[in-house]
Design a protein around this ligand. Structure first.
Ligand code: NDP
Ligand code: OXD
Length: 308
């Protein structure tokens, strides 16, 4: 009944401590120390090992250690092995902090002030009231909804766009591809919190940027491949976009000399917007294992056809 963890090893050591406390009878191993592969029933991974099914023939459940699952090839998992993504309050709280920071940084012209400070320029910029800065969030799932709830406190007019219809008090919600242009036309700051799927890959492209109000700003906390780099850089050059906060890139890490590193209109962070807390992550995994054993529904279960 071994649980095998394959992700950041420093945090893995914390997972091991919490597992030993909360499930002392359940062997917990850190990759690459897999022990007897036939004993591995549960795999918790960020980047999954190759050929999971053949390597671990008695696997019962696979967990993504994060909220996203695009790093898994679900088609390679046997049908009887569910893939479950992390539903962890630690991820949500840290994402709310990050998006709030990014939206406020763009709203309050931080990118300009960083440049001005480097040049020793003391020049004020007129403040735009929050009620005149419209914020739009793409993806109204667990993260997008909570982010919008918390952004309400600042007074931004808020809207959201999603695959299926949503109703969120105080947020104008749009659904489906047909509604995308209307949503974009009123997003002065656009936040991408979509999962990466065949439908959403490359969604942040020239056509989308052209539909935003001129000089809009972008926050990408989804995945790097959501963004078409050449279109994005052209939109920054032309002034269609005024700036961006990017937490995700393609590839990661970003190679030396990549234009994003030094672009004055880009604030870059190393895929660090949010992080699973080992404490609550262990609780979630144990809860799902218990539910699975009882044959109950699994929160966070990835839908194989939708891909998220
Ligand atoms: P959820 O699965 O809870 O939400 C995803 C939302 O996106 C759903 O509401 C879904 O719609 C919507 N969606 C999916 N496909 C489309 C589409 N084609 N068009 C419009 N809407 C669509 O995921 P989370 O909110 O937990 O996480 C979202 C993503 O955030 C993750 O997949 C990951 O990529 C990223 N992430 C990034 C992190 C970082 O550190 N940078 C950390 C954590 C997550 P519907 O309601 O119809 O299903
Ligand atoms: C996640 C991430 O998906 O950190 O949780 O990107």
């Amino acid at each position: 009944m071994t649980v095998l963890y394959k992700a950041n090893l420093v945090r893995g050591a914390e997972w091991a401590t919490f597992f030993a406390e909360r499930a002392p009878d359940m062997p917990f191993r850190l990759w690459p120390d897999v022990g007897d592969p036939t004993e591995v029933r549960y795999l918790v991974a960020w980047v999954p090992p190759d050929d999971i099914a053949a390597t671990f023939p008695n696997l019962e459940l696979v967990f993504s250690v994060g909220a996203g699952v695009d790093q898994f090839d679900i088609t390679k998992l046997p049908l009887h092995v569910p893939l479950v993504r992390m539903l962890d309050p630690g991820i949500t709280e840290t994402m709310v902090e990050y998006v709030t920071m990014a939206v406020l940084a763009l709203h309050r012209d931080l990118l300009h002030f960083i440049v001005q400070q480097k040049q020793q320029v003391w020049r004020e910029i007129r403040i735009t009231p929050a009620r005149r800065r419209r914020v739009g969030v793409m993806g109204l799932g667990q993260l997008g909804q909570t982010v919008l709830e918390r952004l309400k406190a600042f007074g931004f007019p808020l809207s959201g766009w999603n695959r299926s219809p949503r109703e969120i008090e105080g947020v104008t919600c749009y659904a489906g591809a047909d509604a995308l242009p209307k949503f974009l036309a009123q997003s002065d700051i656009l936040v991408c919190l979509l999962p990466l799927t065949d439908e959403t890959r490359g969604i942040l492209n020239a056509d989308l940027f052209a539909r935003l109000p001129r000089g809009a700003a972008l926050v990408n906390v989804g995945r790097g491949p959501h963004l078409i780099e050449a279109d994005f850089l052209a939109a920054l050059d032309s002034g269609a976009l005024s700036g961006a906060v990017l937490d995700v890139t393609d590839p990661e890490p970003l190679p030396a000399g990549h234009p994003f590193w030094s672009h004055p209109r880009i604030l870059l962070t190393p895929h660090n917007a949010s992080m699973t807390s080992p404490d609550s992550g262990v609780d979630f995994v144990l809860e799902i294992i218990a539910r699975h054993r009882r044959g109950e529904a699994l929160p966070g279960l990835v839908d194989r056809t939708r891909g998220y």
